[in-house]
Design a protein around this ligand. Structure first.
Ligand code: NAP
Ligand code: GLV
Length: 309
């Protein structure tokens, strides 16, 4: 039996070492060097080539190397009896909290302006809102969105959250489902997307959504590039519907050289680094799920294929 890693754009030796620290006897292989495809029962994937998993007839389960699973679910050939899971860890949550807090404060306190002004030796103060006057809306109140929302609330921001099913979270105004989406947007100035990418959420950051935010407004997208309709963001910025955007994820990554986002001073870009999975933090979860898959048990952090996350 073997566990394989299929992640062409990642350096995987640290992953293999981390798995062997948890279980030195486990047979771990790194795609494309797979000795005997029939022995493969568990695959850990990130941006795997389409149909690559077709080659393993005895595959029982697949884990995402990260929190998102859209790259696995779009592989619609994966047979229904192959279970899908993902990783969740305190360091993924901590990194996401840091990223969103950093971007919110940079927007609120005009840090981007000051960094540019320093380059031009320009001494000019800008007004900024107090945290208590700034309404942040978090789309997605899951493993990442909920702690992000709670941290902002603890720091004194007004926080609204939106999810699929209703939630009660102390000091956070919560909204659920499409029926309450407009009410959520209308109470929000800085909109943070932390939704999984599904058929329902693809393209959700469109002009209709951006128009409903409280002015002046910004968006922070740390979920997936496909949540955002790129042309609608450009239009919304050009027509002052929103003031700026902070983007960590893009429909095409790396963001192509010719992409319109590069030349916009009101779009900040980071190269999908908001929260990176640390091998040593999740190796035990992966080994545990490998063993569960082999013995036919339900997986931890298993994905509901119907819901898409
Ligand atoms: P999660 O635990 O599955 O939570 C998803 C949240 O989204 C849940 O609150 C869910 O509502 C809500 N949701 C799903 N579909 C919805 C819909 N149609 N309408 C309203 N709410 C909906 O996911 P997570 O672990 O927090 O991760 C979220 C995403 O972050 C991942 O899928 C990944 O794409 C992205 N991510 C990005 C980075 C990065 O570095 N940029 C790193 C890690 C993750 P319910 O609670 O009602 O189910
Ligand atoms: C990163 O984008 C992840 O889904 O973990």
């Amino acid at each position: 039996m073997s566990l394989i890693f299929v992640a062409p754009d990642r350096s995987l030796s640290a992953w293999k070492d981390a798995i062997h620290k948890v279980d030195p006897n486990l047979d771990v292989e790194i795609w494309p060097q797979i000795d005997n495809p029939k022995r493969v029962q568990f695959a850990v994937c990130w941006n795997q080539p389409k149909h690559v998993l077709d080659n393993y007839p005895n595959l029982k389960a697949v884990s995402s190397l990260g929190a998102g699973v859209d790259h696995l679910l779009e592989d619609d050939f994966l047979p229904a009896d192959v279970n899908i899971c993902r990783v969740v860890s305190s360091s993924l949550i901590q990194q996401m909290k840091e990223y969103v807090l950093g971007t919110v404060i940079s927007i609120q306190r005009n840090f981007v302006h000051y960094i540019r002004q320093k380059d031009q030796q320009q001494w000019q103060a800008h007004t900024h809102p107090l945290a208590s006057d700034l309404a942040i809306g978090i789309m997605g109140l899951g493993k990442l969105g909920k702690p992000v929302a709670q941290q902002l609330s603890e720091l004194g921001y007004q926080v609204n959250g939106w999810s699929r099913s209703p939630k009660t979270i102390e000091n956070i105004s919560t909204f659920a489902g499409r029926d309450e989406f407009s009410a959520f947007l209308q109470k929000t100035q800085i909109l943070v997307c932390l939704l999984p990418l599904t058929d329902e959420t693809n393209g959700i950051l469109d002009l209709e959504t951006l128009k409903q935010l409280q002015s002046p407004s910004w968006i922070i997208n740390v979920a997936r590039g496909e949540h955002l309709v790129d042309e609608d963001l450009i239009y919304a910025l050009d027509t002052d519907i929103i003031k700026g955007a902070w983007l960590d994820v893009f429909s095409e990554e790396p963001l192509p050289d010719r992409h319109a986002f590069w030349n916009r001073s009101n779009i900040m870009i980071t190269p999908h680094i908001a929260s990176i999975t640390q091998p040593s933090e999740v190796a035990d979860q992966i080994v545990e799920n490998y063993k569960r898959a082999l013995s036919g048990m339900e997986l931890n952090y298993e994905v509901d294929r119907q819901k898409g996350y």
